[in-house]
Design a protein. Sequence first.
Length: 264
Amino acid sequence: MRVWALPLALIALAACVTYSVAQRQSAEPPEIVPMRPVSVDPVVLAKRLVSMQAGWPRSRKFDCARIKCVALTFDDGPGEHTGRLLDLLSARDVRATFFVIGQMVAADKGGLITRRIVDDGHEIGNHSWSHPPLAELPHEAVRRELKHTEDIVEQVTGVRMRVMRPPYGSTDDDVAAETRREGLAQILWNVDTFDWRDRVAAKVAKRAGEAKPGSIVLLHDIHRSTVDAVPAMLDTLTKKGYTFVTVSELYGKTPLPGRTYISR
């Protein structure tokens, strides 16, 4: 599978848009930022121990073959606006899927936001270490990008991720093979809100509100305007009778490693 190019000017603005698959080139290994030990209170520790159990996050067993489901997905965090987003989702009892960047997890002081994503019951997925177009990297570099992020998220949360999203949608057969080896399913999308381009909350909410049953919606929690759009987005979809689910809940089970998913 190969995903073709947008103009370079758009790529510079984008966080996760379709990227051309070019000839593989050498790449330096990502630099791992050391993590400082942090104290954990008993309540948080208990939540982390629960999250380490098989099958996390616990599915609420929605039958998305019979009801109208939509999976909201947020890429490129955790960032400065992710905490407010989690507050908004918690207030509405909405679950989503967060595809995190390893470097952003390393920069998350004490891992507080990253752990909260898991503690709040959201699904967490791998979005690489440094956000390169994976299909342009040699095999070993792809492995490092995924493995370093897997390791730091497990260190911070106790969770071993089961889904990933290739930055820019840049994937091919070699990337698929590597994700299969790492036990990760590739999750793309069928609704692009273009929130990376149009930093206008009303536009973002309108595009998300046009989702069809079984849609996977692409959003980015690194943008203030995207988080600003969430209340209207939830209102619109709720009025249309949608149930908000994680990616795994959308399919009723954990997606298969190496396989690519775009919608239900």
